[in-house]
Structures are given as C-alpha cells and as structure tokens.
Design a protein around this ligand. Structure first.
Ligand SMILES: [Zn+2]
Length: 370
C-alpha cells in the first residue's frame, strides 16, 4: 500500500502513517481550531494522537506474540479506522492464531484497567458527549476508547480480531478450511446486519465499516479456498510469465511504453546478468513519470523490498504472503534469474480454473455413470 510514510521503526517493524490518517487528524484539528480556538485544538490534537498510540500498542500486542512463533511483521500502517499489522503470514495452527488474535484486544483491556486505576473510579459515559462540546478529559476518554475498541474487535467477523478468534476456536473441532468457511459466512451475515442498522440509523461510518467487513470476509474465504484447492501445487503452476522485462540500465520512459502496450500491473527489472533486481509497478510509473521525466533511471522507482521465492515453493505460502499485504511475489530459478510472478488476481484465476475443471470432472461422472 503506497502513499504512506514511515514515522518510526520498532524492532524491525516499520510504523507507517497513511495519508488519509494525516488528513483526518489535520481536518479535526482545523475544525476545532476554527470553532473553539487554539487551546482546544491543541488538546484535541493531543487526544487523537494518544488514541493512535493506543492503536499502535494494540498492533504491537499482535506483533509481539507473532514473533514468539517466529512470524515477523515488516510493517504496521495507521489508517483513520485503525491499525493494520502486516504479518508475514497467518499461522494455520489454531493455537497460534488464537494467541496472536487475542493479544490485540488484551492490550486495550489492560490499558483500560490501568487508566481506570489512575482515574480511581468507573468512567462516566457522558464524557464522550462532552467531547463534541470541546470538553477534554484525557484519562477518562482514553479509558472509554480502549474499552470500546477492545470490545468492537471481539466481534466475530474478519478483519476484526474476533473473526480470527472465532475461526481458531472452530478449527480446534474441524478442518481449517471448514472453520474459515463458517467464520467467513458469519462475518458476512454480521456485515449485512451492521449495514442495515447503519443505513436505517443514517450512520455512514457504520455502513462503511459493514462494507469493509463484508469484503474482508470474502477475501479471507478466497484465501482459504486457494489454500485448500491449489495450495499444495508448486508456485511454477500458478505464476504469470510473459510480461515485459527491463534492465537496470533502462529508463522510466521504456516502462511507460510497456504499460501502454499491455494490461500488466507489475514488471520485473533484471541485472545485466539476468538475475532479478526488483520490480516496477504500473502505479509507480504513472505517478513518477511527470516529476522524474521519461529519461530518469528505472532504478529510481524500482521496488527491491517485494518478497521473492524459488520455483519449488508451494502456492499456499505465496497466497499467505499476498494476503498479508504484499502486492506480488516474485519467482526466481536456482540461479536467481527471473522466472515469473504471482499476484492476487492470477491466484483467483488459478482457483477459478481449478474449480471449473473439478466441476467438469463431476459432470462427466454424472453424465456417464458407466
Ligand atoms: Zn487487532
């Protein structure tokens, strides 16, 4: 996900702010500045910043437990609706998934308890209404925020932590793909309920969350289908080949020409000896060609941080990596030369083909019982 910038790096995890988050923070501060003056604006700015410190702590709850299982998290992105920790992979062992998923809300409940101890009493819910009038009460409002976020995340729907907790609990009693199918269905049903309630109450935020939850449940179900149906095949069977290739000595203009000539989104960049150096993405080319000009070296926009696997890798691992947030996974041969790449779209294509072939096979069996 581009258009975010790093603000800190903690134990190998880059914390990045998405531009929409910066925009929302600036807008809120500006509105309070105009209506209530500079002091109130500074207070609101500080309160929102502290809220997002809590969000980061929640994400690092997940990250710390994931690290215990040998799963690294290259980055966390802060969006207006919350944090997004991009784990390298989601473990298929339900005990591990359960522990990682619970750790996030657990941080919020721990923060709630600490803030309540500090406050010395149960929070007054009316303090939230006071917020609209510019009344700031940091400890109390942060305590309520942590309680609400902790509880909201326990809703049994992807991408909330509750969806993962629910799936992990089901997976103790049934195969993983079945558990995911049920958890995804429940998530979709919950999203529809949220959406209807949101629309009837005229609550745009709730309706937006409902759409988000529905899409997340669908994508989680697709990932599990991929794992189950084509996960065991070597990555060479599902990768795309044949896209235009560039050399590190090429310039951006050549990439722009290739974009016009094809509908590929990603292109490999090779060293002069044929080894894979990195990738350029269509979006990056379109964004940079105006500023940098067609004569700029392709290396200025080349991405070298995208995951790369060898031909023998199983499709399942690649699907997990892409579901974890990588736009593509590169595939190289034993000598480091570019062999192909895998993206979400072609994984879904491979899945659709697999399903069609299975269906055809079943049809044949029913049509010709002898
Ligand atoms: Zn979480």
């Amino acid at each position: 996900m581009p258009r975010s910038f790093p603000i800190a790096s903690i134990k190998g995890t880059a914390v990045r702010l998405h531009w929409t988050f910066v925009l929302v923070l600036a807008l809120i501060t500006l509105i309070v500045l105009i209506s209530n003056g500079a002091l109130a604006a500074a207070q609101v700015f500080l309160l929102v910043s502290l809220v997002f410190v809590c969000v980061v702590l929640h994400e690092f709850g997940h990250i710390t437990v994931a690290r215990q299982f040998g799963i690294e998290t290259p980055e966390v992105i802060l969006l207006p609706m919350g944090g997004l920790a991009k784990l390298q992979r989601i473990p298929s062992d339900p005990r591990q998934e359960l522990a990682i998923a619970i750790a996030g809300p657990a941080v919020n409940f721990a923060l709630f308890a600490l803030l309540i101890l500090f406050l010395g009493r149960w929070p007054d819910w009316g303090t939230l209404a006071g917020l609209a009038q510019g009344e700031i009460n940091f400890v109390e409002q942060l305590a309520i925020f942590n309680l609400v976020v902790g509880l909201f995340n326990l809703l049994p729907a992807f991408p909330m932590d509750g969806g993962r907790i629910f799936r992990a609990l089901l997976a103790f009693a049934m195969p993983h793909h079945k558990a995911t199918r049920i958890a995804a269905r429940v998530g979709q049903a919950l999203a529809v309920v949220l959406g209807v309630v949101g629309l009837m109450a005229g609550n745009v935020v709730l309706a937006a969350i409902a759409v988000f939850v529905f899409l997340a449940a669908t994508s989680e179900a697709n990932l599990e289908k991929i794992r189950h149906a084509i996960g065991g095949t070597p990555v060479r069977n599902v990768m795309v080949t044949g896209q235009a290739q560039f050399l590190v000595t090429d310039h951006i203009g050549k990439a722009a020409d290739a974009i016009l000539a094809s509908d590929n989104e990603e292109f490999p960049v090779l060293e002069l000896d044929g080894r894979l150096a990195g990738f350029v993405l269509r979006a990056d080319v379109l964004e940079s060609i105006g500023d940098a000009g067609p004569e700029a070296s392709i290396c200025t926009i080349m991405r070298t941080d995208l995951p790369v696997v060898s031909l023998q890798h199983r499709a399942e691992k690649v699907a997990e990596t892409i579901a974890g947030g990588a736009p593509i996974v590169g595939v190289i041969d034993s000598r480091g030369r570019f062999a192909g790449l895998v993206n979400w779209r072609n994984l879904l294509d491979a899945l659709a083909i697999d399903e069609a072939l299975r269906q055809q096979h079943r049809n044949r069996q029913t049509r010709f019982p002898l």
